[in-house]
Design a protein around this ligand. Sequence first.
Ligand code: BDR
Ligand code: CA
Length: 311
Amino acid sequence: MTTKIILDCDPGHDDALAMMLALTNPEIELLAVTTSAGNQTPEKTLNNAMRLLTLMHHQEIPVAGGNRTPLLKPLETAGNVHGKSGLDGADLPDPDFAVQPLTAIELIAQTLRESTTPVTLVVTGPMTNIALFLRVYPELKTKIAQIVYMGGAMGLGNWTPSVEFNIYVDPEAAKIVMNAGIPLVMAPLNVTHKAQILKSEIAEIGQIDNPVAHAFADLLNFFERYHEAPKWGFKGAPLHDPCTITWLIHPEWFKTERMNVDVETAGELTRGETVCDYYELTGKPKNTEVLLDIDRAAFIQLIKDSLKTFG
Ligand code: BDR
Ligand code: CA
């Protein structure tokens, strides 16, 4: 059985890996790609998604650009992590196909309407598009099988001491999505920081004899550098976003716990913190399956094997 997905992303080096896994594994059917403002401006993330699909020869996938700003906050981007383009480090081709004449939420609506079965939304950037979608098309909520997202953390932060970047950019959107009553799967920093790729493994990817693998090795070498700062204590670079697609393909590689997850939107120091009720202290419904550990070696092997499929 294949899982039909729409990927809502802000590429982004790790978003690029999520897209690559979705395109190369038969367990996943990628119906559409929509882009959000996050790692870079909306124009750049849209262009990056199209450059990636051009690189990987999947111009048939419909692509649409989404929100220009978060719901309430001004947009803050992550050029310090992903570079000026949002995908620095590799020489990627210019897009050679047309964007859909639709907004992201219109493309999501069209895709859900056309699907005879519910579709999984995979979100690897801020949740602005999904929150807008739920506000504009509430009647299509039943066509969403689940939302699998990278974002948040249980007791950690990578942008402020307690806040992860995707939720930091648009906490109000995340709150709407997390309280929508849709089954949720969360890939927080707790698991993505275990999903590190080592420099030696990036070098191995560089040895795979095709242009897509070479481009990804270049991208990963750029992305790895930001994570070398000793404060992180990493051995390599954490591959956040591909944890989502990997969970859909191989859930048996993860340890998970079900719990209530909500977002703090009012805190002076904690706006955007995901509040994870690990010990069931609130009695609120367990709305989220939270990924907490991953078989790292199997995950890296999946990335390498997937990159080998390009001719
Ligand atoms: C998340 O933030 C972005 O920079 C990455 O693409 C990932 O989605 C990690 O905090
Ligand atoms: Ca991302």
